[in-house]
Design a protein around this ligand. Structure first.
Ligand SMILES: Nc1ncnc2c1ncn2[C@@H]1O[C@H](COP(=O)(O)OP(=O)(O)OP(=O)(O)O)[C@@H](O)[C@H]1O
Ligand SMILES: [Mg+2]
Length: 377
């Protein structure tokens, strides 16, 4: 099937010209001559690429670009900004708004086509589901360090490229759904009521709740009845195996500390991220947990450590010292953003969707891509 390109320009002449050039190369072309129309068409027609003029009345190309990037249903679409201007500042503004590439008018047809081809190839590569599924667990060295926030955001990044499930394994203490604005949260409890060999893939599929971030959520409630005491480790492992088969990318929020359930789940995981905060207590707990996880059978390169700096304070253990205490390298440090974390939770959205251009969002993106890349390499 021909790749579909949405061309946006309020100048009808250049709209036609670019359209014809692309059609000659075999692309299916759809057009819009105003910002709002572009957003509507992008959402409805899901083009493979957008070519966007900057100078448009009413809503300019930067704004269109930002809005496309903000919407989980359009944020993955590659964007080329197209304009008569040649100022470097415009280029910077374009990239800041989230454009992938930039062309100045008048453009030679050959250049336009080669940029389009290159960008489509890159995005096809990014979107092609690798044949290796990924199960990625997040475990807090202690409670309240930001494990749920990290798991949720990483899952939202992965969901751009492949079907992704996010499962809350804090049985009876689930908060994941609430922080995403979902109150129906008995999916996990319903599954765990059955013995391991009786859980069917269809049942797991049925208990997942779709979210506007693109994620499929398997949620634990806050009801104490659904507790660690009654759940069987093998049943939990069976749930993870079904999730892997159903969703390609599977992110697990394991809560804090190793217990008999999380220990049983370790062999089901490809990657485990241990979440710490910048103090000696958390780092010391983390060191012991790393040693124990290696004994249970995880390899060193399957374990990563991420430090979340929730408070803006200088009284914290610096990177190098933290790595010494851990006896393990740290993959990332996430900057403090208390207000944004709060507002994102109020909006029921992951930070990477709520404020995609923030520093923290780019740190989260990078982490997700690095570990997923490490796994598929
Ligand atoms: N980078 C950050 N800067 C500031 N606050 C943050 C940051 N990341 C997360 N938070 C906030 O920290 C609090 C705890 O986060 P979260 O619920 O993710 O922790 P947790 O480790 O899952 O907790 P629990 O052990 O209770 O499950 C939340 O209020 C969250 O909004
Ligand atoms: Mg949590």
């Amino acid at each position: 099937m021909a790749e579909k390109i949405l061309v946006v320009d309020d100048d009808l002449e250049s709209l036609k010209l670019i359209g014809v050039m692309l059609q000659r190369q075999g692309y299916a072309v759809i057009t819009a001559n105003a910002g709002q129309q572009a957003l509507d068409r992008a959402l409805a027609d899901q083009p493979d690429l957008v070519i966007l003029d900057i100078m448009m009345s009413a809503m300019d190309g930067y704004e269109v670009c930002r809005r496309l990037r903000h919407d989980p249903l359009t944020q993955h679409i590659p964007i080329i900004m197209f304009t008569a201007k040649t100022m470097v500042d415009d280029k910077v503004a374009g990239f800041e708004a989230g454009a992938d590439d930039y062309l100045t008018k008048p453009t030679h047809p050959a250049e336009l086509v080669s940029r389009v081809k290159a960008l489509l190839a890159r995005s096809a590569q990014r979107r092609a589901p690798s044949d290796r599924s990924l199960v990625w667990g997040f475990l807090g060295a202690k409670g309240g360090v930001g494990t749920t926030t990290l798991a949720t955001n990483v899952a939202a990044v992965l969901a751009r490229n492949a079907p992704t499930a996010l499962a809350d394994f804090r049985l009876g203490q689930g908060t994941l759904g609430l922080s995403l604005g979902v109150t129906r949260s008995t999916g996990m409890a319903n599954l765990l009521a059955s013995p391991a060999n009786e859980i069917a893939a269809q049942a797991v599929e049925r208990e997942m709740v779709p979210h506007s971030s693109g994620l499929r959520l398997l949620l634990s409630s806050g009801r104490p009845k659904e507790t660690l005491l009654s759940a069987s480790p093998d049943t939990l492992a069976a749930v993870v195996q079904h999730l892997r088969a159903l969703q390609h990318m599977v992110v697990l929020d394991l809560g804090a500390g190793l217990n008999r359930l999380t220990a049983r789940l370790l062999p089901e995981m490809d990657q485990l991220t241990l979440v710490v905060e910048p103090n000696r207590v958390a780092l010391t707990l983390a060191r012991d947990m790393i040693a124990e996880m290696q004994q249970i059978g995880l390899a060193r390169n399957q374990i990563s450590v991420v430090m979340i700096n929730r408070a803006q304070t200088s009284a914290q253990v610096p990177w190098q010292e933290a790595e010494q205490l851990l006896g393990h390298e740290m993959t990332a440090i996430i900057s403090p953003a208390p207000e944004m974390a709060f507002q994102a939770a109020e909006a029921g959205l992951p930070i990477v969707i709520f404020q995609p251009n923030s520093v923290v969002a780019s740190q989260l993106n990078k982490l997700a891509e690095e570990i997923a890349g490490r796994h598929s390499a």
